[in-house]
Write a protein that binds this ligand. Structure first.
Ligand code: ADP
Ligand code: ADP
Length: 227
């Protein structure tokens, strides 16, 4: 686990003059679950992708624990990301999809098997371990994507609208499931969504962005129940 420090970070895309992310400062505590909300185009994914090291930082710096993200090789970054489109390998079984990131990191085989079994139990994926992703429902695929993140035991989870491809009913149950996992694992998380209920259910603190800047920051109660 780790804190995440975002220090006066801006993003100016090449060819653009505007700041897509403008001077954001945010200290995320070890184990805290932060939800980024705000209208489309406000800079949520850009900020998340900079934390993930997938996007260059134009100004400022981001540290996960004590290490600056852009100083760490992509393969050694201690974060796991969960995407909206699942990003599973279609030719691999559920088991292999979950194990893949660990094999790459030279985790011993018995340890890999133990972690995959534990994640499958948590996510109720046991019966599906030998299936390919195409033989799963949308909700099951998203569980596999989460399993793949969990087995890494990363310092932080980054979620990019992970539930927005699911139907409304499934979103409700997955939301509850993520909340339960968060209570159990206590991993520092940044979660991007435009769903208010997701934001309220999951967030320790909500960060409302507008035009690249922090407009409001507080607990769900402070943000949504102000008289
Ligand atoms: P959100 O995730 O809140 O919808 P984004 O971070 O995707 O917002 O986008 C923030 C702003 O940056 C938008 O104005 C968007 O058009 C712009 N933007 C995003 N990605 C790029 C890119 N690759 N090149 C240029 N502009 C971009
Ligand atoms: P999101 O809101 O989830 O970021 P978008 O549909 O805004 O989704 O963006 C999808 C992709 O297009 C992202 O990779 C984003 O970086 C890129 N993108 C968004 N806006 C622009 C833009 N103005 N110019 C170039 N690429 C962009």
């Amino acid at each position: 686990m780790a804190s995440i420090d975002i220090e006066n970070v801006s993003k100016i895309y090449p060819g653009s003059t505007a700041r897509s992310v403008a001077d954001i400062a945010l200290n995320i505590k070890d184990g805290e679950f932060i939800v980024l909300v705000g209208p489309s185009g406000c800079g949520k994914s850009t900020l998340l992708r900079m934390v993930a090291g997938l996007e260059d930082i134009s100004e400022g710096e981001i540290r996960i624990g004590t290490r600056r993200v852009n100083e760490v090789e992509p393969a050694h970054r201690d974060i796991a990301m969960v995407f909206q489109n699942y990003a599973l390998y279609p030719h691999m079984s559920v088991r292999d999809n979950m194990a893949y990131g660990l094999k790459n990191r030279a985790v011993p085989r018995p340890e890999i098997e133990a972690r995959v079994a534990e994640a499958a139990r948590m996510l109720e994926l046991g019966p599906y371990l030998d299936r390919k992703p195409r033989a799963l429902s949308g909700g099951q695929r998203q569980r596999v994507a989460m399993g793949r993140a969990i087995v890494r035991q990363p310092a932080a989870f980054l979620f990019d609208e992970p539930l927005s491809n699911l139907d409304a009913k499934l979103r409700v149950s997955m939301r509850t499931e993520i909340r339960r996992l968060q209570k159990r694992l206590g991993t520092t998380s940044i979660y991007v969504t435009h769903d208010q209920l997701e934001a309220m259910t999951l967030a320790d603190r909500l960060v409302v962005l507008n035009a690249g800047r922090i407009e409001q920051i507080g607990t769900p109660l402070e943000i949504y129940h102000r008289p």
